[in-house]
Structure formats: C-alpha cells, structure tokens
Design a protein around this ligand. Structure first.
Ligand SMILES: Nc1ncnc2c1ncn2[C@@H]1O[C@H](COP(=O)(O)OP(=O)(O)OP(=O)(O)O)[C@@H](O)[C@H]1O
Ligand SMILES: N[C@@H](CCO)C(=O)O
Length: 389
C-alpha cells in the first residue's frame, strides 16, 4: 500500500466540505506508488459504498495538478475519466486545495477493476481510447501550457549507468542512440498521457464479461504525467504494458510480448487517428526506448525511496528488471530489422528474374511493387545481409 501522508478524520471532513461533500469515512487505497489515495464514503453512501477518491499529490506541485484538472474536464464526456470536483468556497473555478504545499483533489469514484490480463479486444479498445485522447487534447492550445515538463530521464540514465553491468549499460546506450537518430523534429507531437498502464485503467471485468470477451473500459486514471511528447511514444508506452504478460519472480520473471495484441491495438488506434508512415517506421525503436524509460523510472523510485528513508510493507515497488528484459526483446527486433533487406524479384513464366529492387523495409518493397503494375508479376523475398554476400 502507498499512503505516505497521514490525515485525521477531522482534516478529511474539512477538506471534503470545501468540495461540497459530506465526509463519513476514508479508506486507504492499496495501489499506486506516487501519491497518497483514499476512497471516501459520504454520509449518503450505504452498504460500504464509496462515492469519491481523495488524492494527496506527493510529488507534483499544485500548479501542475490544476493543469491536470483542466485536461480531465476537457476529456470528460469523450472518455471515461474522473474529472476533479471544483471548490464550492472559491469565487473562481478552482479544483485544488493546497495543504503543506501539496495539492489535494476529490474525484468521482469510477466503477470497474484493474485487469490481471488483457485480451486482443481490450487492446483494440485502449488503442482507440488513446487516439481519442490525443485528438481531443489538441483543442487545448498552446499545448505546452497544459502539460507538465518532461522528466529529465537522461540525468537518471547517467546516474544509474554507473552501477550497471557493462552489457546492460550498452543496451541502454544503443537504444538511446537509435532513438536520437529518429526524425524526432518531424514526428507528430501533442499532449500525451505517458503512463497508460493496465493498472491505470478500469474495466467491467465480471466473470461473464471476461468469458465472453466483452470487457469494456470504464476508467482511465492517473493523468499526472500528461506532457507534450511524440504520439508514437505514448503509443509505445501503452502497447508495452497492454501487450506484455509479465511473469512473477517465481516464474523466472519472464516477459512475453504478444505481437497479435499489438496489431489489435494499432488497428483500434487507427480507427480514430491514422498513423503516418514516419510514425510506423519509428515504432520499433520507440517500443525499446519506452521500455528503457520505465526501466529507469523504476530504478528512480528505488533510489528516492532509499534516499528519503521510505521503507516498510506499505511501499510498493515495481520490478525494473522486467522492463530491462522488454527493452532487450524490442532491441533484438530492431537489430534484426536493421540486418534484413527485402528483395523485389520479377517473375516471368514462374521463373524468378533479375532483381527489380532491394529495400530496407517491406512497406517500401510493396509500394514499389504496386507502382510497377500487376503485383502477380513480382515476388518479395526477405534476406539477412549475410545471406546476400
Ligand atoms: N476515480 C477513481 N475511481 C476508482 N478508483 C480509483 C480512482 N482513482 C484512483 N483509483 C484507485 O487508486 C489507485 C491509485 O491511483 P493512481 O493510479 O492515481 O495512483 P498513484 O500513486 O497516483 O500513481 P501510480 O499508479 O502511477 O503509482 C488506482 O490504481 C485505482 O485502483
Ligand atoms: N506505470 C509505472 C508506475 C508509476 O507511474 C510503472 O509500471 O513503473
């Protein structure tokens, strides 16, 4: 459980009253690693129900949380989000109480639960939802004024690399370099969620729905990281969690990435926002870079818990090694693709004729094939570079 700050019932009652809510009981929430969260029962709730979630933001300054509240109110009605209540005692529209220089918000409690596993249909739905989020937030301009600054991950990388075995440090450097070589200046950007993990989503997962493959999204949570980033990075972050089955320590910490789930995700995303060719080409490296960022994020959480003396059973830490393994998996695909060429051969009377072209991607080979006329006159064959020598 992660509740870092303790509040008394009297404090809860006073804070809730400022949002026009009559407090009865606060129940600590056992998930999440960044903030302190409680379910709030009101005096009108019956049978142990709770209508609201009370969050005390431990890291982000109150100004960032005000921006987040605007973003959530923009998405309200388009996606299942919990938009913060506004204060009833403030003349101006204000969604945040400041306590000890930390922000407090009260949001409606959404139905549903976190999925233990995902299906292709769920990946399709979360893909479509992420695209709606990207499109909807384009209405908030200039975008930089609504997003929080990106975390300085290169500083965490430089600190952590000193303590890594050489092969891990090389993996991280190779991925980082490949990311830097992408056409970053021209890839589409905008406000992104940047932490859309399955445990930040809620679904109506009744046994019946799961069996029939009819689970539907009921909640998107945790908008504290919303920043201006490349859309394809947000896509990569979300794919990495939704399309991976994470093994527990006793199962050898296996990491199984499911490419058919990724295809379903991309189909869902493109049902709402088409991806550019440059975004598709960047995706394999972005998947690796996104895994590196969360590998670093988890090492960073361990670092801060240690330096701030946070210990005990109520502190939740996620395993950095799982993200390292996912980064290595994606990187092996990038390296394989870098060593692969696609050869376009002309066929005449079932005989493969001299080469019509050699391409670094199958898409380029297919496009050339289409432009040359009857595609049944051509065949595309895949070779690794050493096969061509
Ligand atoms: N509006 C809501 N409705 C229902 N449950 C919620 C709501 N907001 C938060 N929760 C529950 O509280 C948990 C923690 O919230 P959240 O994900 O914001 O945690 P955090 O510590 O802020 O961030 P992180 O999960 O990234 O560490 C969620 O996983 C969810 O179970
Ligand atoms: N989603 C993050 C946790 C905090 O944002 C992770 O899985 O490491």
């Amino acid at each position: 459980m992660s509740v870092y700050t303790q509040l008394t019932d009297d404090q809860f009652a006073t804070f809730c009253q400022r949002f026009g809510v009559s407090f009865a009981r606060a129940i600590p929430i056992t998930q999440g690693i960044k903030n302190s969260n409680w379910f709030i029962q009101t005096t009108d709730d019956v049978d142990g129900a709770h209508s609201y979630v009370f969050t005390l933001f431990e890291e982000r300054p109150p100004e960032d949380i005000e921006k987040m509240a605007v973003i959530l109110n923009q998405l309200d009605g388009k996606l299942p989000v919990a938009a913060p209540l506004s204060l009833v005692d403030s003349a101006e529209k204000c969604y945040v109480i400041r306590y000890d220089n930390k922000a407090i918000t009260l949001v409606p409690c959404l139905a549903g639960s976190h999925p233990q596993q995902t299906t292709q249909a769920m990946c399709h739905e979360i893909g479509a939802s992420l695209a709606v989020l990207h499109e909807t937030l384009q209405q908030l301009q200039p975008a930089e004024e609504y997003g929080v600054p990106l975390y300085p991950w290169s500083e965490v990388r430089d600190r952590e690399k000193q303590f890594m075995p050489a092969d891990e440090a090389k993996l991280m450097s190779d991925i980082w370099q490949s990311y830097t070589d992408l056409p970053l200046a021209t890839l589409p950007k905008g406000l992104c969620h940047l932490d859309m993990f399955a445990d930040n989503t809620l679904w109506n997962l009744s046994l019946n729905n799961s069996q029939k493959g009819e689970a539907h999204l009921t909640g998107l949570l945790d908008f504290t990281e919303v920043s201006v980033e490349h859309y394809v990075m947000d896509i990569a972050i979300t794919i990495n969690d939704f399309c991976t089955t994470w093994g527990m320590a006793e199962q050898g910490e296996s990491v199984n990435f499911d490419r058919s789930k990724m295809a379903a995700f991309l189909q869902g995303y493109e049902s709402k926002r088409m991806l550019g060719e440059d975004e598709k080409r960047a995706l394999p490296v972005m998947l690796a870079k996104a895994a590196v960022i969360f590998w670093l994020l988890r090492l960073n959480v361990i670092h801060y818990n240690r330096t701030e003396g946070r210990t005990g059973d109520n502190i939740m830490v996620k395993n950095p090694d799982l993200m390292k393994r996912l980064a290595a998996y994606h990187w092996s695909h990038v390296e394989k693709a870098q060593n692969t060429v696609f050869v376009l051969l002309a066929i005449n009377n079932k005989i493969e004729k001299p080469i019509a072209g050699v391409f670094s991607s199958i898409t380029q080979a297919e496009q050339t094939c289409d432009s040359l006329g009857n595609s049944s006159d051509f065949i595309i064959k895949e070779y690794t570079l050493d096969q061509l020598v």
